[in-house]
Structure formats: structure tokens, C-alpha cells
Write a protein that binds this ligand. Sequence first.
Ligand SMILES: [Zn+2]
Length: 474
Amino acid sequence: MRGDGARRCDILIRNATLLPMAETREILLGGFVAVSGHLVADVGLEGDAGTGWTAPCEIDAQGAIVHPGFIEAHLHVNAQTCRGYFRGDASRGATGGPNYADWKAALDPEDEAAATRLAAVELLRHGFTCFVEPGSAFEPDAVVEAAGAVGIRCSVADPYLWDDTAIMQVIGGLASDALFARVPPTRERCLSALGGQLFRNRDEDGIAHGHVALYGEGTASDELMRAAKALADREGVILNTHLGFDAGVVTAMERALGQSRFAHLAGLGVVGPNTTFVHMNILRDDEVGIVQETGPSIVWCPQAYVSRGLPLIAPTRLPALKRAGVAVALGTDSARQSSLGDAMFLAVQLSAEAGAGLAAEDVIEMLTLHGARAAGLDHMLGRLAPGFRADLVIRGRGVIELGPCIDPAHQLVTVGHGPTADTVLVNGRIVMRGGRPTKVDEMSVIDAAQRSARSVAGRLGLPPPGRWPRITAS
Ligand SMILES: [Zn+2]
């Protein structure tokens, strides 16, 4: 509406194929979103009388898909630059030398920032507006600052809280003397560090958040688990932790505890709706019932699931749980040999193999509503509705992979899941336009990531990766 009575907002997006993710899940053909400040002010269908809104910045989506920003619910963001040096198998270096954990231990704050900027731009291009860094960045300040420089939302936690790392010897590549020296596995350190990132939540309008995370996968004592859960309860945030990544670790934990680790944690009283478990690649029959009774979020990382060789020996039960009403989000884990957007495609394909095929609509729920819940941010993210944060994505109208777009959800998840975002808003700010970040220069981001990767490899003495020889012009 451009006549009298129109309300004024800051940004008005019109002519959208809009997926607001409302309770009824309608797709609005000819939909609009009005943005005021950092919030969504209104969402609806544009009628003959217009939208009822005017704005100094009006964006005609030309019928493109518009959706709430996807949430990457588990990303070791500082590992983004080790691509090539460490491929699918976390347990080996490129030449049998330093392992993946040694790489992580060698990162300085500028390395973590360079990796984060690379990941952040990649996320925006794939339609993600938020990522959860699960307590594996040594300098959360560096991650938050780099994410803010690109303009993406994130939630961070204190680095490597673990006080019993014996189980890690089962996966040699994740254990490293250098890593243990940098973040000692002592209860004193962990108990004093717990909650160190929660101050970020005081800025209720910001894009940096804090949560409680323990590394998990059997590396936390009962005392540390209880302390972390009590803190998460008190502060109204999630407790995020790994569990059930690898079959060998799962079996070792069962042997040690006489029951599954998850059943043990439930018995401790540290499992609830504000607990987020990452992986759960292996779930025993008794654990399925506990999940349904206690209501945690689960983050499935399909690439990590494949990387452990699990599809044939332990078909995932998470798609069936999702379809039964459990909150299952999606994550990448570390993007060593996939892009930040491949999880949605893999989820469809791998769930079909497991006999509980996920529909594209299921996957979009996992990326939005369930992702927000897994991050503990479902009161502000995951939907486009008045009062929610204006984190949204306008996909490219001229992208071939998004054609013919007769079925927007299916098209987006199964074919157009690549870097097909055109315009991205985070917290009401335009951070990507025409497929390019607005706040940083892409080439500078790439160059800094390359410099960092070479520098880390040099410090570790890693030769150039890959099987083929390299010839340089003289
Ligand atoms: Zn992880």
C-alpha cells in the first residue's frame, strides 16, 4: 500500500514465495515481510490494496523463495581452513604425521578468525544466518568478532570442557598431547570456566549468544555434567554435548558403565528439553524411549555419520525419531570434505537408505524450528513472525538449480541447496546482496584463509596435501 494509512518499516520484501514456518506451514505465494529494526514487524499476503506497509528500502523478490535463515546447529568453525590437510578420516594426518587434533591445538586467534570469516561467508551463501560453535574455539572472542565482521549470528561456549579424556584413546585422531596441554582436562579448570560465555546474552538485541557446552562423548565426569546442567537450567540456555559419534566409543562407554552413556546421563537427571546431544549415530532400543520421555534436542550431522562407516552397520534412527516428533536439527560438524549446506541433501538421501525417508518439508523444519530449539534460541529464531528476529534469506531468482520451482521446499533441499542465496538479512541488516557479502570483501576472506592454512601447516611441518605431485613454474 502506498496510500494513506500505510505503516512505516525499515525494509519491505515483497512478491515472495514465502515459507514463514508458521504452525500451519502455509507457503505464501505473493507474500511480504516487513522488517523494523532487528525484528520482523509483519508477514502476510499482498492483496489488491498492497501490503499495508511502506519502507525506504523495498526489495522485490520477483517470486523467489524467501525463508527464515537456516541454523547450522553444530560447526567446529575454526576447522574450516584444514580442508585438504585433513579429509574425511579425522584419525590421520595427510601423511601419518600430526593429526587433526594437533591442527586444532596449533590455531592462534588470527587463524580462528580467518577460518570463521571463511565459514561465515560460505554459510550466508548457502542460506544460513546462524551457527552454533560447540566449545571448540580457544578464543571465543576471535570467533564472535569475525562472525560479527561478516554479520552472521552465532552462539559460542567455553573451550574444551572435559575432565576425563581416557575414552578418547579409542579414536586416536581426536586425542593430542598438544591439545590436552592447551586445554588441560582437569575438573578445576572446567568448573571455573563454566558459563564464561553467557555474558553475551545480556545484549538481548545482539547477534552473539552464549551457551553451555561440554565436549562430551564420555569425557565429562558426573560432577561436571551435573554442574553444567544446573548452570544451563539457571541461566535459561542449552547444555550442548557430543554423544554417540563412533561405534567403538559407544561400545567402550557401554562396557565401562554397564549401560549406555545416554541412559547413564538420563539417570543422573541431566537430560531434558534444554539438553542438546550432537550425533547420536548409534541409539539402542532402550535409548529411543528415553529420548521420547525426556525431550532433548538432537543434532544429526549426516556427513560425520557417513565418515564413521555407520550407514550399513547402524542405520540411523534419527529420521524416524524426527517423524515421531523429536526435535532433530542438522549440523555439519567440521566441513573438511563437504560444504555448509550439504547436510540437508545428505539427510534426504541417507534417511531413505535407513528406511525412514525424510521429506524436504521435514528437513526445512530441522534447519529452522528444530535448529533454533537445539541452539536454545527458539524464542527469537526459526520462524518469520512478528517479534521474531529478522534473519531471513531471499534465494536467487535467476539460479538454474532453483528452476522450475514448482515445489519450493523440494526444490530448495534436493537441488538448490548449494550457494543459491541472493540476499540475506541478519538481525534486520542486509549482510548479503546479489550473492555477495556486504560487510567484507570475499577475496580478502579467501586470501586470509589461505595464508592462515599455510602458516598452520608450516608450524606443524605438514607437506602440501593431496596424492598428486605439484610442479611450480620456475
Ligand atoms: Zn562435533
